[in-house]
Design a protein around this ligand. Structure first.
Ligand code: BG6
Ligand code: MG
Length: 220
């Protein structure tokens, strides 16, 4: 049987941590004296912490010294860690575990492909680590999404050719990374925003399990 590699983004796909990233960035923006909207936060999805701070400072028209820049990176992460400290299984997005479990039951390999440096502790907190054969996170990649590095590395570690991999993503940058990797891109979220995706579902509840069968049979 054809081996399809299933690669999942973490934030906003498996768990709803996008809201905590937003709250932490908004707190910093407010401290620096400007507003940061949810609409602007779309640009932050899938993007590395460092790049997010650069964009945030651009939005606020602020020029930071290296010392300030590094301090604000730490401050944002500490606030974010405080938000996620008490995370548990209740924060897994609807039907995610069913999807992971179904893919595993079919013997297909699963990887995580995330820009976050906090990915492993989050997977552990919500109790989903055992589904993932491979984890590629922000500690391993050098090029941020939309560069395909994170997904190509995941495919290589899974031992599956890139063209036989499927990526689930909630971020525009992540879908572009999947497309750049020549993988099937599946958007989870608003179809009007996620126009780069090959297929889009508002959430996993809207995706019929038979869709996964099709991905496996077609070998994409
Ligand atoms: C991505 C998020 O998964 O991880 C981004 O979508 C975030 O919003 C990035 O900036 C980096 O996360 P962390 O946990 O390393 O700050
Ligand atoms: Mg995401």
């Amino acid at each position: 049987m054809y081996r399809t590699g299933f690669i999942f983004d973490l934030d906003g796909v498996i768990v709803d941590t996008a809201k905590y990233h937003y709250l932490a960035w908004r707190k910093l923006a407010n401290e620096l004296g400007f507003e940061f909207t949810e609409e602007q936060n779309e640009l932050f999805k899938g993007v590395s912490r460092k790049r997010c701070l650069e964009i945030l400072l651009d939005i606020g028209g602020i020029t930071a010294t290296t010392e300030e820049f590094n301090r604000w990176m730490v401050e944002k992460n500490e606030d974010y860690l405080a938000y996620i400290e008490k995370m548990d299984r209740s924060e897994i997005l609807p039907k995610v575990e069913e999807v992971l479990s179904y893919i595993k039951s079919k013997g297909m390999p699963i990887a995580l492909g995330s820009a976050s440096k906090n990915a492993i502790p989050i997977l552990e907190k919500v109790g989903l680590s055992s589904y993932f054969e491979v984890v590629v996170d922000g500690n391993q990649v050098t090029k941020a999404k939309p560069d395909p590095e994170v997904f190509l590395m995941a495919a290589e570690k899974l031992g599956v050719p890139a063209q036989n991999c499927v990526v689930f993503e909630d971020a525009v940058a992540g879908l572009e990374a999947a497309n750049n990797a020549d993988m099937v891109s599946i958007g989870i979220g608003d179809a009007q925003i996620l126009t780069a995706a090959d297929h889009v579902f508002n959430n996993f509840e809207e995706m019929d399990i038979s869709f996964l069968d099709r991905l496996m049979q077609e070998g994409n």
